[in-house]
Design a protein around this ligand. Structure first.
Ligand SMILES: [Zn+2]
Ligand SMILES: [Zn+2]
Length: 302
């Protein structure tokens, strides 16, 4: 054996701690998502809807690149930090004029997009909505609550909120984030759409949940329910029997399930686009006693 072989110092004492979170890079986030939606539309029964979401994501990328800079989130009050609350207080943003301007720009830009008729009617309705009605829509999205009977108008408002919150989250310092509760985004307190077992070097096989609101991805241990935090009674189901890259992580404790993506097998999987693209798994899970726990405004009502 060669004598000049030394152990890698970074491996002494075990695996290094994975970063708690990856903050979004808004322009890249939405550009990547737009390309993925467009790709998924090529071979999917939902093609018209996925093509529309590709165009909407492209518009989000354009807004992230061209809107005036947003004011950095205020330094977190000490009481909030002590209470392990996320630095972005989403509830306080319902009346934020910068968010209102982002919504107005998104509604304006969306007029040019080809979309299914129900989406077109919803867009017209939100464009004509009073300030009070827009406030109501924004408050629902900022608290992850979408009434089933008005999913379509909320979709446009959610897209605007994603742009604004991703731009805010991008200005945070990931090092200062701390866990804020079972399965909640440490940047904004939002719920995850899905989680992914990563494939990138240095974080292989580590799981990160993706915030449906601000796009932050945060570390969660594997085989743990993202809805109640239970590590007991977690099981996996998929449409494909072997080599599935998308599975339902189902919890017997709270009867919720959330999609888990294996980026380690397919690095192109997008936490939001592939959630819509894998609707077949939602249909499969509807036949079970489990309810969907992942939050995705693009899937409400499906
Ligand atoms: Zn978030
Ligand atoms: Zn659970």
């Amino acid at each position: 054996m060669a004598e000049d072989i030394h152990p890698d110092p970074s491996l002494i004492g075990g695996v290094p701690t994975p970063p708690i979170a990856f903050l979004p890079e808004p322009i890249k986030l939405f550009q990547t998502r737009a390309r993925r939606f467009a790709f998924l539309a090529e071979s999917n029964a939902l093609a018209p809807y996925l093509t529309f979401l590709a165009a909407l994501s492209k518009l989000q990328a354009r807004l992230a690149a061209t809107l005036p800079p947003v004011a950095a989130p205020a330094p977190m009050p000490i009481a909030r930090a002590r209470a392990a609350m996320p630095p972005i207080d989403r509830a306080a943003h319902a009346g934020d004029p910068e968010l209102g301007a982002t919504l107005a720009a998104l509604l304006e830009g969306a007029v040019e997009i080809v979309m299914p008729e129900p989406a077109r009617l919803a867009l017209d309705a939100v464009r004509a909505a009073s300030d009070d009605d827009r406030q109501w829509l924004l408050s629902n999205i900022l608290s992850d609550q979408i009434p089933d009977d008005s999913a379509a108008p909320h979709l446009f408002v959610a897209a605007a909120v994603q742009v604004h919150m991703a731009r805010l989250a991008a200005m945070l310092d990931a090092q200062t984030l701390v866990p804020v509760g079972f399965g909640l985004c440490p940047a904004c307190g939002g719920r995850p759409a899905t989680s992914s077992v990563m494939g990138a070097q240095g974080i292989e096989n580590i799981r990160y949940a993706a915030c449906a609101c601000c796009g932050t991805q945060w570390n969660e241990v594997r085989v743990k329910c993202l809805c109640c935090g239970s590590t007991k009674g977690v099981s996996y189901r998929s449409v494909e029997t072997t080599e599935a890259t998308v599975k339902a992580e189902a919890c017997r404790e709270c009867h919720a399930w959330v999609k888990i993506f294996y980026q380690v097998k397919n690095p192109s999987l997008d936490p939001i686009a592939d959630d819509v693209g894998s609707l077949g798994l939602d249909i499969l899970m509807k036949e079970t006693e489990f309810r969907r726990g992942g939050f995705n405004p693009y899937l409400t009502g499906y």
